[in-house]
Design a protein around this ligand. Structure first.
Ligand SMILES: Cc1cc2nc3c(=O)[nH]c(=O)nc-3n(C[C@H](O)[C@H](O)[C@H](O)COP(=O)(O)OP(=O)(O)OC[C@H]3O[C@@H](n4cnc5c(N)ncnc54)[C@H](O)[C@@H]3O)c2cc1C
Length: 416
C-alpha cells in the first residue's frame, strides 16, 4: 500500500475503508539468518537497510514490548550533525543526509522539519569553542553559522538577553538541523522492513543467548528458542543487562532522561534553542506544545521515570533563558533510560563472540543517529566490515585509550 495525497482523497471518498495495518504480526520462525534484538529506531532501521540496501533475507526483529515503546518514542525529536570530532562528524552528517531523503525513501510522513538548531553562547570562550566547531563541521561537509546578539534578537525576541548570570552574547546555528516525529520514524522503518519481508515480532523478550564454542547459535526468548546465524543487539537503555546475558560487561551506565510537553500554544518558537549555560533545550511541536528537556539524573537507574529535583533543575534553566515559560501549563512529562557510554560516543562493533554484534552507547543523542546507525549496523552485519563513517565506534577503544570524548567530560557519564 503506497501513501500519497491521491490515496488520502480516494480513501476519504470510500469512508476510509481501505487502509491496512502498517505491518504483519507473524509468529516467530524457528530459524533466521539475522535476528535483531530491540524494536526501537536503531533495530528497525537496521532490519530495513539489511533487507533493502544489503539484499539480505530471513530477518527478524524481536521486541520485548511493542514497536517504538522505548526511547525512540520518548525523545525530544532533535536531529542535527553539529559535531566537533572527526570520529563523529562524518557519521552524523551521513545521518542528516539520510534524514533529508527519509520520507521519500520510506514513503511515510515522519514530519522531518529542517527548522534549524541554535546553541546560545554566554561567554567569549564559548563563542570561540563554537567557532572551532563550525570550522570542523565545514571540513566534514556540514553547514554552520555564527549569529550575533542582534541576529538572535530579530529571530527570538522573547529570550532573556540580559540575565545577570547568563547574558546571551550570540548563537551558533545549524540551519539544516531540526526535528522529526519520533514514533513515526519507528513506524516508517517498521513498515518499510515489513514490506521487504522482515518478521517484526512484538511481545518477545530475549532472555538469553545460546553460544556454543564461542559462536552464536540463537537466542532464548519468552516465546521459545529462535536460531540465528547472526544476532545484532540494539536495545539502548537495556544494553548492559542484555549483553550481560552473553557474559559481557560493557563500558556503559544507564541513567534516566526526562522530557516535558506544555499545553498547545500559537507558533512562537521557530527552531530548536539550546541554552548554553545549563542543560535545557526547547522546541515547539507541530501541535503547538513546547517540548523541552534537560540533564540526565545523576544516579544509575533502569526506571522509565525521573525524579522531582531534576524537574526543578530543568525549570530553573528554562526560567533563566526564557522567563515567559513560567506562565505556561505543563501537560506531560516522562523518562527514558539512556545507555551512557564512558566517552559519550556510541559503539557499533562485533563482539568477542562470533556472530554476535552490538549497537549501543547512544547516550542522550541517538535519535538523530537512527538512519546512519541502522545503515552502518546493517553494513557490519552483512559484510563483517565497519561502515566507513562508523569506523571509530569500536568497542576496544576504551581499552586502547582512543576515546571520542565530544564533550570533554572524561569517563563521567553524568556529565556527558
Ligand atoms: C527524554 C529523552 C529525550 C531525548 N532527546 C533526544 C533528541 O532530541 N535527539 C536525539 O538524537 N536523541 C534523543 N534522545 C535519545 C534517543 O531517544 C535514544 O538514543 C535512541 O532512541 C536509542 O535508540 P533506539 O531508538 O533503538 O532505542 P529504543 O527505542 O529504546 O529501542 C530499544 C528497544 O529494545 C527493546 N528491548 C530491551 N531489552 C530487550 C530484550 N531483552 N528483548 C527484546 N527487546 C528488548 C526495548 O523494549 C526497546 O523497544 C532522547 C532520549 C530521551 C529519553
Amino acid at each position: 500500500m503506497r501513501f500519497s495525497g491521491f490515496r488520502v482523497l480516494s480513501e476519504a471518498l470510500k469512508g476510509h475503508s481501505g487502509w491496512k495495518p502498517l505491518w504483519r504480526n507473524p509468529d516467530p520462525q524457528p530459524f533466521y539468518d539475522y535476528v535483531i534484538v530491540g524494536g526501537g529506531g536503531h533495530g528497525l532501521a537496521t532490519a530495513y537497510y539489511l533487507a533493502k540496501t544489503f539484499r539480505q533475507s530471513r530477518i527478524a526483529v524481536l521486541e520485548k514490548g511493542w514497536l517504538g515503546s522505548g526511547n525512540v518514542g520518548r525523545n525530544t525529536t532533535v536531529i542535527r550533525s553539529n559535531y566537533l570530532l572527526p570520529g563523529n562528524g562524518p557519521f552524523y552528517e551521513f545521518s542528516l543526509k539520510l534524514w533529508e531523503g527519509l520520507e521519500q525513501e520510506l514513503n511515510f510522513n515522519s514530519m522531518v522539519s529542517q527548522r534549524g538548531v541554535i546553541y546560545l553562547f554566554h561567554s567569549d570562550w564559548q563563542r570561540d569553542a563554537y567557532r572551532r566547531r563550525a570550522n570542523s563541521m565545514a571540513l566534514a561537509g556540514a553547514d554552520a553559522r555564527l549569529l550575533s546578539r542582534e541576529d538572535l534578537k530579530a529571530m527570538l525576541p522573547f529570550l532573556n538577553y540580559d540575565n545577570a548570570r547568563f547574558p546571551i552574547h550570540g548563537g551558533f546555528m545549524q540551519p539544516r538541523a531540526g526535528t522529526a516525529r519520533h514514533d513515526a520514524v519507528a513506524w516508517g522503518y517498521a513498515r518499510g522492513a515489513d514490506l521487504y519481508g522482515v518478521d517484526l515480532i512484538q511481545n518477545c523478550e530475549v532472555t538469553g543467548f545460546r553460544i556454543v564454542d564461542g559462536n552464536i547459535r540463537g537466542v532464548e526468548t519468552s516465546r521459545g528458542f529462535i536460531g540465528a546465524n547472526k544476532v545484532g543487539v540494539a536495545v539502548a537503555g537495556s544494553s548492559s543487562r542484555v549483553m550481560a546475558m552473553a557474559g559481557m560487561r560493557l563500558p556503559i551506565e544507564s541513567h534516566v532522561l526526562q522530557a516535558f510537553v506544555t499545553e498547545g500554544l500559537k507558533p512562537i518558537i521557530p527552531c530548536v534553542i539550546m541554552f548554553g549555560a545549563g542543560h535545557f533545550y526547547i522546541s515547539q511541536s507541530d501541535k503547538g506544545g513546547l517540548v523541552f528537556c534537560g540533564e540526565i539524573d545523576g544516579y544509575n537507574s533502569y526506571a522509565q521515570r525521573g525524579n522531582l529535583p531534576m524537574v526543578e533543575d530543568v525549570c530553573e534553566g528554562a526560567m533563566a533563558v526564557m522567563p515567559m515559560i513560567g506562565r505556561v501549563r505543563l501537560l506531560r512529562q516522562w523518562g527514558g533510560v539512556m545507555d551512557m557510554s564512558m566517552d559519550g560516543s556510541p559503539i557499533i562493533d562485533r563482539t568477542g563472540i562470533e556472530g554476535l554484534y552490538f549497537n549501543g552507547g547512544w547516550c542522550v543523542g541517538g535519535f538523530k543517529a537512527t538512519p546512519a546507525s541502522g545503515h552502518a549496523f546493517a553494513h557490519l552485519l552483512a559484510t563483517d566490515t565497519p561502515h566507513e563513517t562508523a569506523r571509530a565506534y569500536r568497542l576496544d577503544r576504551f581499552a586502547r585509550g582512543y576515546l571520542i570524548d565530544e564533550s570533554g567530560a572524561g569517563a563521567q557519564p553524568n556529565l556527558q
